[in-house]
Design a binder for this molecule. Structure first.
Ligand code: BTN
Length: 248
């Protein structure tokens, strides 16, 4: 997987087909080095947030990065947003202007084209962070329609034919750089401003689901811990990504 672009260091394990790259990373976590990436051409049980499934047919890009971190536990959910930035910046290098639906979905022309699922394995010495990224690269409209999924792919929206390997290399090298900078500085503010610029929910009325309860709120800002600030009944409330589902 070292074609045409920045060389990716670290071990890459490639599967033609697997249930889920995040599941493989979790199940084999103890035996996998820091920085290992699991990548698959298709997933038979791709997973999204809140137990949802993530359709992962051949033609998409599906991978999970294992990252050991010692940052404070309160900062863990920021990693999802750093991954979103890496995807947005990599797409931008193909002249694709994508948006982020806080905290983990990437949209093109108002439709979801990518999802990010970050999971945590705690050890005594560090947090084991598994960052799973799934991108619909090639057209998949027939399958989406058959399964009643409202989503899109890069190809459907932009007509750009993307070499998955080049996209993969770009995302990984940008993400590694961003993570290493963030862990050195512990400063989310510069990343926050990029996310605010690329957000498709800020300034809008949205429905948030916390547990079984749904609320209509206005998304107004992102704070320095990566929380979404919303206006609810006249009060500003921070929402943590681990507990919230958003409908737009
Ligand atoms: C979401 O839409 O809520 C997140 C989707 C995340 C999908 C990626 S694909 C690679 C990794 N393996 C999985 O099973 N899920 C993530």
């Amino acid at each position: 997987m070292n074609k045409k672009n920045d060389r990716i260091e670290g071990k890459i394990i490639h599967f033609k087909s697997i249930n889920s790259t995040n599941d493989y990373a979790k199940e084999n976590f103890k035996h996998l080095e820091n920085g290992t990436i699991i990548i698959a051409d298709e997933q038979t049980k791709g997973r999204g947030r809140a137990g949802r499934s993530f359709l992962s047919n051949n033609g998409g890009l599906y991978f999970s990065i294992i990252h050991h971190s010692k940052v404070d536990i309160s900062m863990i959910s920021i990693f999802t947003q750093l991954a979103a930035i890496a995807v947005l910046k990599a797409l931008n290098e193909f002249s694709i202007d994508a948006k982020v639906k806080w905290p983990n979905d990437i949209f093109i022309n108002g439709l979801k084209a990518c999802g990010i699922l970050t999971e945590l394995i705690e050890t005594r010495e560090y947090h084991g962070i598994i960052i799973g990224i799934g991108i619909n690269v090639k057209s998949n409209q027939d399958e989406f329609k058959k399964l009643n999924i409202v989503a899109t792919s890069i190809e459907d929206e932009t007509k750009i034919i993307i070499d998955k390997e080049i996209l993969f290399n770009k995302i990984v090298s940008i993400l590694k750089e961003i993570i290493s900078d963030f862990e050195k500085t512990k400063d989310f503010s510069k990343y926050k401003s990029f996310l605010i610029e690329k957000s498709n929910i800020l300034g809008k009325e949205i429905i948030v689901q916390i547990g079984n309860q749904k609320y209509e709120v206005k998304a107004i800002d992102i704070d320095d811990f990566g929380n979404l600030l919303v206006l609810k009944d006249g009060r500003i409330v921070p929402l943590n990504s681990s507990e919230v589902h958003i409908k737009i």
